[in-house]
Design a protein around this ligand. Sequence first.
Ligand code: PLP
Length: 418
Amino acid sequence: MDPSLRWDDKDAGMTKCVKDVEKAVKVNYRDSNMKTIYMDNNATTKVADEVREASLPFFSELYGNPSSMHTFGGQVGHSIRIAREQIASLLGCGSDEIIFTSCGTESDNTAIKSALATSGNKRKIVTSRVEHPGILSTCREFEHHGYNIVEIPVDKKGRIDVNELEEAIDDDTAVVSIMYANNETGVVFPIERIAEMVKSKGVLFHTDAVQAVGKIPLDMSKSNIDMLSLSGHKFHAPKGVGVLYVRKGTRLAPFMLGGHQESGKRAGTENVPGIVAMGKACELAKDIIGEENTCVKEMRDALETAILKDCVDSFVNGDTENRLPNTTNISFEYIEGEAILLMMNKYGICASSGSACTSGSLEPSHVLRAMGVPFTAAHGSIRFSLSRYNTMAEVEFVADKMPEIVNQLRQLSPFVKG
Ligand code: PLP
């Protein structure tokens, strides 16, 4: 590595490397003949065929408004009731505890805003440094209005210290919001333990379970969680539909005001095709969640083992003991994630990197920074997130290509001695 180059020097450093790679691989993003190997399921998922089929009639013959008095609308209302039951069944809760929203972000926003609105004069939110922006941005907005936000740090493996969390909760705390599983590393937090501890202090507890639902079993009937967010497009339903679970007895201040939909808890005419689709996706998830933990995990483990074996200077980010079965976040030292993604794209392989282009330079993700992953490694991190639609043949193909890609990039990298 050339010590005169700095990772954050965008002229001399890695960003230039991405541009070189862009030129070298001459990626045609619209090459429709190329087979796609999709390993970016924490970003979004394929809509399952059964889910698409279930929703199609609601784009054509069943277009009534579920709030209408006539039978034509009433049958649509009935389909929403069925979807509500399917979702409640996956979560182990009552169907009257399900509120439909437009996405995970809306559910997160609603939970925090409602908790503050219903907690009297309490002015403190306790959360973690590694939450999704749906939570962090909402909290920071309240910070501008004088609220006290405590972001609990994580350790090198992305884990939360529950004792530290407990110490941060006091009489002024309106809500604690900790995600069920992290979207970038897949690390699963001890949410039931946390929920019990928070309840013992008489404080509301919300969890962003957007990455957990459909991947690991959840059971609200045995839980102390007060509010939980989920999003359809993360588990094979379409984009634009989500849920906020609100435990019976928990007060809710609506975020959207208007009509009487969702018993007055969330106004706006329902996204019927999306809701019906999400209901079906929950029914499927309930039946095959075991598969996520066997077949998908097997493929993820095989991919991870092969990459770590064949790519020197690579390692996994995050706690591998408590992790979603589909996710692995791997750092490749001395090269940039963006450059790796471009080369992978050449082979039709889709994944995500742990850095984002902000104001012309590459910034490592807030999650990897919170974990203290060194700059060199955070820049070169790739998140592979699999689903039941992947195959072992795809895993073998990707495992075969990664060493080639990494070696090629390291030859271009100004940070590795030639
Ligand atoms: N929370 C987590 C953990 C996520 O991963 C995401 C999406 O990536 C969201 C919230 C936001 O969900 P949506 O895209 O439905 O707004």
